[in-house]
Design a binder for this molecule. Structure first.
Ligand code: GUN
Length: 294
């Protein structure tokens, strides 16, 4: 292996420890306890796991977390009424509506209903719009993209002036991470399903972010020697040798790419833990703003 590993699990733990100290100090000095409300609609097993992890990690750093679960056939009005109730609740500083929502619900309208001051996921169109515009600051950046930037920064890798290629244009990762990299003065190329000759484009990347949800898609000959490779994919592939019958792999063929890249994130243990760490960080920021401390 020639690439150095970017250990997301260790970096996320470091951030959690910093937040634990900060939350204790907030409580002691200012009587402020950050509060996070999670909203899960339906019973998607992956979403249930993510929400459970978010609540567990919140509790570990001292964030007061409240979970709301609505049935899969909840109406648009019921979901929006819950969001409005949480907007008005002074003990709640962050509201997280787990995505994807069931198909009959209008995701855009639900995200629009969240108060931008409590939008710790950074998905409100005003926050995304500010993220995209020069000279504007979003109140919160989406958690996975913010986690990617934090991983790069804490590894000591410079972003400015680099050629960054992002595979994928989703609202949750591809688009916002491109905006964050642009704000940090990288040169950005966003690739998607219609891009011609993907390997030729990805080979230009000094920083390659893979967020397409296709297991092991990025091969060694897609990567420039020495590049920083950030793998956002979490894909289940069948593996009868495992007790649970599957294993998790990224969008990057780690075994091949680690021989070419300069830096690489593993799956699991790379970007995944950072998403929750940044959610906790955003929640603490929201609580500090609400208390007039920022
Ligand atoms: N679904 C996949 N990623 C996320 C995320 O970061 N936040 C929410 N709310 N839903 C998601």
């Amino acid at each position: 292996m020639t690439a150095k590993l970017i250990d997301g699990k260790a970096i996320a733990k470091e951030i959690q420890e910093e937040l634990t100290r900060e939350v204790a100090e907030l409580k002691e000095k200012h009587g402020v306890v950050p509060g996070l409300a999670t909203v899960l609609v339906g019973d998607n097993p992956a979403s249930q796991t993510y929400v459970r992890m978010k609540q567990k990690r919140s509790a570990e750093v001292g964030i007061h977390s409240v979970g709301y679960t609505l049935p899969g056939d909840a109406t648009q009005e019921e979901v929006e009424a819950l969001v409005r109730k949480l907007n008005a609740d002074p003990t709640i500083h962050g509201i997280l509506v787990q995505l994807p929502l069931p198909k009959h619900l209008n995701e855009e309208a639900v995200l629009n209903a969240i108060s931008i001051e409590k939008d710790v996921d950074g998905f409100h169109p005003i926050n995304i719009g500010r993220l995209a515009m020069k000279g504007r600051q979003a109140l919160f950046a989406p958690c996975t993209p913010a986690g990617i930037i934090e991983l790069i920064d804490r590894t000591g890798i410079a972003i400015e002036g680099k050629e960054a290629v992002v595979l994928g244009r989703s609202n949750i990762v591809g688009l916002p991470v491109s905006m964050l990299l642009l704000k940090r003065n990288a040169t950005i190329t966003i690739c998607h399903s219609r891009t011609h000759d993907l390997p030729a484009v990805t080979r230009r990347a000094d920083i390659l972010v893979a967020a397409v949800g296709r297991p092991l898609m990025v091969k060694a000959d897609w990567v420039k020697p020495g590049a920083v490779v950030i793998d956002v994919g979490i894909n289940r592939v069948d593996d009868p040798s495992r007790k649970r019958g599957y294993r998790l792999v990224g969008d990057v063929d780690f075994e091949e790419v680690k021989e070419v890249a300069g830096w690489i994130t593993p799956v699991p243990g790379g970007v995944g833990p950072m998403t929750i760490a940044m959610l906790l960080k955003n929640t603490v920021t929201a609580a500090k703003r609400a208390a007039g401390l920022l």
